[in-house]
Design a protein around this ligand. Sequence first.
Ligand SMILES: [Zn+2]
Length: 180
Amino acid sequence: MRCPFCAVYEDKVIETRVSKDGTEIRRRRECEGCARRYTTYERIEESMPAVIKSDGRREPFDRTKIERGLQASVAKRPVSRQRITSLVFEVEREVSELGVSELRSREIGERVLERLKVIDRVAYVRFASIYRDFRDLEGFEKELETLRSEDTGKHSIPALAKDTVDEPVDAPADRERPRN
Ligand SMILES: [Zn+2]
């Protein structure tokens, strides 16, 4: 951002607010050249960072891609469509508030997982298996163990072979694939 007072390009963001209707971001900035403060307004769509995929390519942030991956993960689980939509909206808002121009797809996936874990454990494991791209069964088992040990006993995690492998789950479009 270019300072309107001294035209220096370096600034720091002091405060970020999203408008009530979720369409605009207001940022209070301080110029690192002259220390004066000014405010910028950005449309949410314009403020979304580019997503860096694991192969290094960039693509625009796409809410519908995340939503599709999530819908696949909650197949046959007691999770409403509304719940998924608001989860995606929350992540989108969080990402836009970072104020960065680029973000790794993995970081977005982790933000989704953080929330999904609270909503539905099975969906969480499904999404994690796709998104984190476990290279070996050991890594996957380790994750399951972590979940089991965190479990309060209210929920049980079905055996992997029964519930998460039999049903093919559509991969999110930006699944991170191993490089050859
Ligand atoms: Zn300035």
